[in-house]
Design a binder for this molecule. Structure first.
Ligand SMILES: *[C@@H]1O[C@H](CO)[C@@H](O)[C@H](O)[C@H]1NC(C)=O
Ligand SMILES: *[C@@H]1O[C@H](CO)[C@@H](O)[C@H](O)[C@H]1NC(C)=O
Ligand SMILES: *[C@@H]1O[C@H](CO)[C@@H](O)[C@H](O)[C@H]1NC(C)=O
Ligand SMILES: *[C@@H]1O[C@H](CO)[C@@H](O)[C@H](O)[C@H]1NC(C)=O
Ligand SMILES: *[C@@H]1O[C@H](CO)[C@@H](O)[C@H](O)[C@H]1NC(C)=O
Ligand SMILES: *[C@@H]1O[C@H](CO)[C@@H](O)[C@H](O)[C@H]1NC(C)=O
Ligand SMILES: *[C@@H]1O[C@H](CO)[C@@H](O)[C@H](O)[C@H]1NC(C)=O
Ligand SMILES: *[C@@H]1O[C@H](CO)[C@@H](O)[C@H](O)[C@H]1NC(C)=O
Ligand SMILES: *[C@@H]1O[C@H](CO)[C@@H](O)[C@H](O)[C@H]1NC(C)=O
Length: 471
């Protein structure tokens, strides 16, 4: 095995590497690729290429061992400046592998990671404590393709290289009701801090694509996420019980919500009690004919608070920023701010549902009512809309503090007569066409609030990192 070091201090390196039985070689910048740059929360001192670990990029040979042994070895540099693993041009078939701290996985623009369809390659993990069961089946769940837990400082990036989940195998099993474990996600990072996932194309995940959970300080940027619009549960990005998350410049076409903000399910989520808070989403484009551009819930039992959404676009999508909850969920959705939505061909512009149903088991607490309050939308232009709004709170538990301002909705030819259907909600509106419902009266001229301060995750600057290596 060859390992390429980018820095001086060769003597100490040889000492460290000696014990790993690897050879340090001179790094030359050779044919095809000059020094390459990318942007990341942290750069790495050490660098290796997947082929150094026996990787074969023919689309047929399994690289599971190559990925696993590469990351295991590179993990030993965590306290010595960290390491990056470069996936060169080629098609790299692999089963799941686990990430390590102070580590970067970098995909060349012509690199494609292909997920194995051999089920025995996929480790089984216990169910998530805030869910109490799997989403597809009550028992355990398959590991995600790229998995990490209890990590700090992890980057998954590239020059728009591709990760292909080859999800059709799993979608078929789902449709045929043959799953006794929950399907894998594409990328899941748990109990971790300082995560970056950027500049990649992700296609055909078996289920959700990107799932940070119980984590903090997460930057998700420049992802193109593509799945057939009829594929089951292929959510794009699901921040779940996470603090300080920034999602920007993403383009998502999928069979489920483009972004789904979550925090655990019914009694399990209430008990676990970890909210998703301090989340900013901007410059998202979404196509999802049967789902939402951004869903808040339905699993929101640990609470969702302080979400800022700006400059988002949906095309041929069922709804825009939707709230999904139910009796039994408990928790809250509070302080949600949406500013600047451009929407075309929508079933609903505004949609809130207090009767979402779907419980983990019959033991949910019927007295656990969600608190939905402080939901603000402003500056919306929508065309070809079927229903302007369906806002359905919960009786004896109304959704309150709704504010909607500066909204222009052009309804479609097939428009429905009742454009604003409001039950068990309370709030105010200003400068909204067509006219709203009695529960959301026009209250003169004002703009709904949007915070002026910045979240700490917005102040994180990406550094320019380099790769000096022949592919
Ligand atoms: C990844 O780590 C989890 C436990 O943290 C383990 O159960 C799983 O088997 C590991 N996966 C691989 C591919 O080694
Ligand atoms: C993404 O990759 C492109 C090159 O393909 C590069 O120009 C751009 O700066 C990269 N962005 C980040 C955030 O790394
Ligand atoms: C990344 O690749 C996808 C798929 O080919 C493409 O649609 C997208 O525009 C690319 N993104 C960038 C920033 O080049
Ligand atoms: C899971 O399902 C497969 C068939 O899809 C079956 O062979 C296997 O025995 C099942 N395992 C359990 C634990 O039920
Ligand atoms: C997240 O980043 C902030 C600001 O950089 C820092 O204060 C905080 O400790 C980090 N969160 C965790 C859980 O480490
Ligand atoms: C308007 O929406 C309908 C579906 O409600 C769709 O069939 C039609 O193509 C859309 N028209 C335009 C001009 O986008
Ligand atoms: C809901 O949350 C708001 C704001 O935090 C609070 O004032 C109110 O008392 C809560 N309502 C209920 C029913 O808990
Ligand atoms: C109203 O919304 C439109 C579209 O987003 C925006 O261009 C305009 O500046 C807004 N008007 C005010 C007064 O904020
Ligand atoms: C309005 O919404 C309520 C509550 O969801 C529903 O029962 C009713 O059928 C809706 N009315 C129309 C005309 O769609």
């Amino acid at each position: 095995m060859k390992l390429c070091s980018q820095v001086i201090g060769a003597i100490s390196l040889v000492l460290i590497l000696g014990s790993l039985n690897v050879k340090v070689v001179e790094c030359k910048v050779g044919r095809g690729l000059k020094n390459t740059e990318y942007y990341a929360i942290n750069c790495r001192k050490h660098s290796a290429v997947l082929t150094d670990f026996g990787g074969v990029g023919d689309g047929k040979t399994s690289n599971t061992k190559a990925f696993q042994s590469a990351i295991r070895k590179l993990g030993q540099y965590a306290s010595d400046g960290g390491a990056q693993l470069i996936v060169p041009p080629g098609k790299w078939l692999t089963g799941p592998f686990n990430l390590t701290s102070h580590f970067t996985l970098f995909l060349h623009k012509d690199a494609v990671i292909l997920a194995s369809q051999v089920e025995s390659e996929w480790p089984q993990l216990p169910v998530l404590p805030s869910y109490g069961r799997g989403r597809d089946a009550p028992g355990g769940r398959f590991s995600s393709l790229i998995f990490g837990t209890h990590l700090t400082d992890v980057v998954i990036t590239g020059h728009n290289g591709t990760i292909d989940g080859q999800g059709s195998y799993w979608w078929d099993k789902f449709h045929k009701n043959q799953l006794n474990l929950t399907r894998p996600y594409m990328i899941e990072i748990m109990y971790s801090d300082q995560i970056q996932i950027s500049n990649l194309t992700l296609v055909n995940s078996p289920s959700w694509f990107v799932h940070p959970i119980y984590s903090s300080n997460i930057t998700i940027k420049g992802l193109t996420i593509l799945a057939p619009v009829d594929s089951p549960n292929t959510d794009g990005i699901d921040p779940d019980s996470c603090t300080n998350t920034r999602i920007e410049d993403c383009y998502i076409v999928s069979g489920d919500d483009c972004v789904a903000v979550k925090s655990g399910w019914d009694e399990y989520g209430i008990k676990f009690g970890k909210p998703t808070q301090h989340l900013v989403i901007r410059r998202l484009t979404c196509i999802s004919p049967d789902s939402a551009m951004i869903a808040l819930g339905s699993e929101m039992s640990g609470g969702i608070q302080d979400v800022r959404v700006e400059d988002i676009t949906a095309i041929n999508t069922q709804s825009a920023v939707r709230i999904k909850t139910a009796v039994g969920r408990g928790g809250y959705v509070k302080d949600i701010f949406v500013k600047g939505m451009t929407l075309s061909t929508m079933k609903y512009v505004f949609w809130m549902t207090g009767s979402y149903g779907s419980h983990p088991d019959p033991a949910f607490d019927p007295k656990a009512l969600p608190n939905i309050t402080g939901i603000n939308y402003r500056d919306v232009v929508a065309t070809n809309v079927t229903y302007s709004a369906k806002l359905e709170g919960i009786s004896n538990d109304p959704f309150t503090g709704i504010c909607i301002s500066n909204v222009s909705i052009q309804v479609s030819e097939q428009k429905k007569k009742l454009q604003w259907n409001c039950t068990d909600v309370a709030g105010v509106t200003s400068n909204v066409t067509p006219n709203t419902c009695q529960l959301l009266p026009e209250k003169g001229k004002f703009d709904c609030p949007f915070p002026n301060d910045k979240l700490s995750i917005e102040n994180v600057q990406l550094k320019t990192c380099s790769i000096k290596k022949v592919f």
